[in-house]
Design a binder for this molecule. Structure first.
Ligand code: CMP
Length: 232
């Protein structure tokens, strides 16, 4: 409960709530631990709860009819998901899967709605979040349509290095992301991702290790992106 309250205090969307409201929410919410690769919910399931990530990362995924997977987004500590039920979506738009061993708080929709009724400013924050995610999605569609694979990959690697990169002693940034997940994030295949990574390795931009990519030269990756954008 203590940890749950800490988390609710530090999660962006809840941080400005009064102390008693945070206490109340912490008491009402359920905190669960889940193993890497376990599903929190499946696409199309009925939506009832809103999730808040305390530790670890969660990927939002959807599979095509032919079984190809697409990662919509990767969320980390402090972020919420499953909020679309608040604007009338009755079924989950995507599946949610833990990428690491994770801890999440689960808040029922009715508790969350109660909060929104008591605090209309919070409703505004949720609307802004949904709008922001929509805008990000539009940008991803634009990238898919207008950017070559290498550029989509450079953008995804730079974005993930900012969101979940771990600074190493040698000045590099390690991203805990498998080549398969990177491929699913940019709508490509693992083989194509591996080919691009080996080109970048030769240029001294990145190195790879088991389930991770190390960015050695972020400016070099930006330069790679700009150079290829000018061509297109
Ligand atoms: P819900 O539909 O309940 O379950 C899947 C969740 O994925 C959804 O709520 C949102 O929390 C999340 N989601 C949907 N679209 C986006 C997006 N464009 N960016 C990030 N997360 C999203």
């Amino acid at each position: 409960m203590q940890t749950r309250l800490w988390y609710i205090k530090h999660a962006n969307i809840f941080s400005w709530l009064a102390e008693e409201e945070q206490q109340d929410l912490a008491q009402r919410s359920e905190m669960i631990s889940c193993r890497r690769n376990s599903k929190l919910f499946f696409a199309e399931e009925v939506s009832d709860d809103i999730y808040l990530i305390k530790e670890g990362r969660v990927k939002l995924i959807r599979a095509s009819e032919t079984g190809r997977q697409m990662i919509l987004d990767i969320l980390g500590p402090g972020e919420i998901f499953g909020e679309l039920s608040l604007i009338g979506e009755e079924n989950r738009s995507h599946s949610a899967e833990a990428m690491d061993d994770a801890i999440v708080c689960i808040i029922t929709r009715s508790d969350f709605e109660g909060l929104l009724q008591r605090h209309p400013e919070m409703a505004l924050k949720v609307i802004k979040l949904i709008g922001l995610r929509r805008r990000e999605l539009e940008m991803r569609i634009e990238e898919l349509l207008f950017q070559p694979l290498g550029n989509r990959m450079a953008l995804a690697v730079l974005w993930q290095s900012q969101r979940c990169g771990i600074s190493e002693a040698d000045g590099s940034i390690r991203i805990p992301l498998s080549q398969k997940d990177l491929a699913h994030l940019i709508g490509s295949s693992r083989e194509a991702v591996a080919e691009q990574l080996s080109e970048w390795k030769k240029l001294g931009l990145v190195t790879t290790a088991y389930r991770s990519i190390k960015v050695i030269d972020p400016q070099g990756l930006e330069f790679f992106f700009n150079k290829n954008s000018l061509v297109n």
